[in-house]
Design a protein around this ligand. Structure first.
Ligand SMILES: Cc1cc2nc3c(=O)[nH]c(=O)nc-3n(C[C@H](O)[C@H](O)[C@H](O)COP(=O)(O)OP(=O)(O)OC[C@H]3O[C@@H](n4cnc5c(N)ncnc54)[C@H](O)[C@@H]3O)c2cc1C
Length: 389
C-alpha cells in the first residue's frame, strides 16, 4: 500500500538535523515528507544547545572545528530567517562562554587549551580568577583562572526544533508520525521507506537523519554492511534547573572540570539553566541514574555554588549519535538515492545550519556541497567492505 503521492524527498527522523534539512529543502521548492513517531524527542530534546566550536575544540579534530566554525557563523542569519518563517520565538543567548579552572591540574589543562587556541588563531582571552568573578559574580571563590570565549553562545534546542517543524509545515513539509521500518530499494536505488504500518512512502531521495537509530538497529539495518552508517549511541544525562529570571542570574555559559570530569552550566537568560553532561557507552539505555545526577550536581555546584538554591525541574538522558572519528556523515552514499545526515555526536545543534544548507543545495542541484566534502559517508564504506569480505 502506498501512502500519499510520490515525494521528491523523504527525510527519516525529525530531530534538529532532520527538521532543519526538511525546512531548507522545502524552501528550495522540493516536496518533502518528514517521518518520525516522536519528533524532537531524541538527542535534540536533551541537548544543552551550546554553539561552542571554540570551547569544544579538540586536538586532532581540526577539520571538524572548521565545519563547526562555519556553522556557528551561519547561526545569526539562520535564526533570523527562521523567526521570519514561523511564530515560535527562538534566539541565540546573548551571553558568551567562560571556561574556568579550580585547581592546579585544571590550570594546566587550561594552559594546554589556551595554547591550542593560540596555535589555531582562535579568539580567546586569558582571565585571572578575579577577572572570572568580575564577569560572573556567581562563580566559586575557588576559581583560579579562566578563558573567555566571546563567540561561543547557546540556543534553546527544544524551541529550535519546534520552530524548524513549524517553518517546515508552512513550506509544505508533510509530517508523518510513524516509524520507518525499512528502506525501499528498486534496481539498486533507494526509492522510499516502508512504515511500521506496512504502508510505503515513495520518493526520489531518502535522507536518513535518524540520529542514533541511523546505524545497524534502524531502518538501514538490513542493507549490505558498506551501506550501513557506523553510528553508535553515546548516552548523555542532563539536569534542568529553574531560578528567578533577572540580573542576579548567570549570564554566561560556564564550563570547567571538577573532580576530574568536564562539566558545563548553560543559562538561557530567563531563569532556566541546564547542567551537563555525562558521557556513557551504554548502548540504547536511557535510564537517568542517581549516580549520574549526583555527579552533575556535585561538579556544577563546585563551579557555581549558588545553583543549589534553584529548583530542580528535570533529569533527562538521551543518546548522542557518534561515529568512529567523532565527525558527522553528511551527503550521498554509494547507493543512488540514499543520503545521510547523521552522526553529529556532541555538535548536532551547532551543526544544523551548515548540514541543512549543504544538503538542501545538493538535493536541489545534484552538486555535492564543498563545505561538507570531508564528511562524506563514503569515508567509511571502504573499511566496511573490507571487514565484510
Ligand atoms: C546530553 C546531551 C547534551 C548535548 N548538548 C549539545 C550541545 O550543547 N550542543 C550541540 O550542538 N549538541 C549537543 N548535543 C548533541 C546533539 O543533541 C545531537 O548531536 C543532535 O541532537 C542530533 O540530532 P539528530 O536530529 O541527528 O538526532 P535526534 O535528535 O536523536 O533525532 C533523531 C530522530 O529520529 C527519530 N527516529 C529514530 N528512528 C526512526 C525511524 N525508524 N523512523 C523515523 N524516525 C526515527 C527519533 O524519534 C528522533 O526524533 C547533546 C546531546 C546530548 C545527549
Amino acid at each position: 500500500m502506498t501512502a500519499g503521492g510520490r515525494a521528491d524527498v523523504v527525510v527519516v527522523g525529525a530531530g534538529v538535523i532532520g527538521a532543519a534539512v526538511a525546512w531548507r529543502t522545502a524552501q528550495r521548492g522540493l516536496s518533502v515528507v518528514l517521518v518520525d513517531p516522536a519528533p524532537g524527542c531524541g538527542a535534540s530534546y536533551a541537548a544543552a544547545g551550546m554553539l561552542a566550536p571554540v570551547a569544544e575544540a579538540a586536538y586532532g579534530e581540526e577539520t571538524l572545528l572548521g565545519l563547526c566554525l562555519d556553522s556557528a557563523a551561519r547561526y545569526p542569519a539562520f535564526l533570523a530567517e527562521l523567526r521570519g518563517a514561523c511564530d515560535v520565538p527562538v534566539a541565540r543567548t546573548s551571553g558568551a562562554t567562560v571556561v574556568v579552572a579550580l585547581d592546579g591540574d585544571d590550570l594546566r589543562a587550561l594552559d594546554r587549551l589556551s595554547d591550542y587556541h593560540d596555535e589555531l588563531g582562535l579568539p580567546v582571552r586569558r582571565l585571572t580568577g578575579r577577572d572570572c568573578r568580575r564577569l560572573e559574580p556567581l562563580l566559586s571563590p575557588r576559581v583560579r583562572g579562566g578563558l573567555s570565549v566571546e563567540g561561543d553562545h547557546a540556543v534553546d534546542p527544544r524551541a529550535l526544533v519546534q520552530a524548524l517543524l513549524a517553518a517546515g509545515a508552512r513550506r509544505g513539509v508533510r509530517l508523518v508520525r510513524r516509524s520507518a521500518s525499512s528502506l525501499l530499494v528498486e534496481s539498486g536505488s533507494a526509492r522510499g521507506v516502508r512504515l511500521d504500518t506496512g504502508e510505503d512512502l515513495t520518493a526520489d531521495v531518502v535522507v536518513v537523519a535518524a540520529g542514533s537509530w541511523s546505524g545497524p538497529t534502524g531502518p538501514l539495518g538490513g542493507l549490505p554492511a558498506h551501506l550501513v552508517p557506523p553510528v553508535r549511541p553515546v548516552k548523555g544525562q542532563v539536569l534542568r534547573l529553574r531560578g528567578e529570571p533577572g540580573p542576579a542570574g548567570l549570564t554566561r555559559t560556564v564550563r570547567g572540570w571538577a573532580h576530574g570530569a568536564p562539566v558545563y552550566v548553560v543559562p538561557y537568560g530567563d531563569g532556566r539553566v541546564v547542567l551537563g553532561a555525562t558521557s556513557e557507552e551504554m548502548g540504547f539505555n536511557t535510564d537517568v541514574t542517581a549516580g549520574g545526577a549526583y555527579e552533575l550536581l556535585r561538579d556544577a555546584l563546585a563551579l557555581v555554588p549558588g545553583l543549589a538554591e534553584l529548583e530542580l525541574v528535570e533529569a533527562t538522558a538521551r543518546l548522542r549519535p557518534a561515529t568512529p572519528d567523532n565527525a558527522p556523515l553528511i551527503g550521498p552514499t554509494a547507493m543512488p538515492g540514499l543520503v545521510l545526515a547523521t552522526g553529529h555526536y556532541r555538535n548536532g545543534v551547532l551543526l544544523a545550519p551548515v548540514t541543512a544548507d549543504a544538503l538542501a543545495g545538493f538535493l536541489a542541484t545534484g552538486v555535492p556541497a564543498g563545505e561538507v566534502s570531508a564528511f562524506s559517508p563514503r569515508r567509511f564504506s571502504a573499511t566496511a567492505q573490507q571487514v565484510s569480505r
